[in-house]
Design a binder for this molecule. Sequence first.
Ligand code: RB5
Length: 146
Amino acid sequence: MKIAIGSDHGGIHLKKVLMDHLAERKIETDDLGTYTEASCDYPDYAVKVCDEVVAGRAERGILVCGTGIGMCIAANKVDGIRAALCNDAFSTKMSREHNNANVMCLGERVTGPGLAVMLLDIWLDTEFAGGRHERRVNKIMAIEKR
Ligand code: RB5
């Protein structure tokens, strides 16, 4: 599995923690920035990561900003993306099992590194349940075609 990952300045430290953990798990990452602590605009990085996922160059994406909210709003504007803001274990698990989320959003100012790594593992290791959830996810994706 290859994961595209990005952050703004507000998420750069947590992004590094997540990348280190992914490396430990031998999961390939493509870091699309930001690369410095200089103030920048999170939608620019949301689009970079989501484009990789939609094009199939990465199987999934991870986005980190201060709260995770801006990244999540921006990512869900991209056709083909189902981004989930993951602050707790239950929502994180359900975002995969029920919503087949292909982008995980985290907030460095909200979620500490230990919990974030735990949530990342849950998100990586939970499969989409399909069945009735597939019908519902298909209805979400059909909204893009209206
Ligand atoms: C940047 O200050 C901050 O607004 C951003 O990281 C994020 O929290 C937006 O949702």
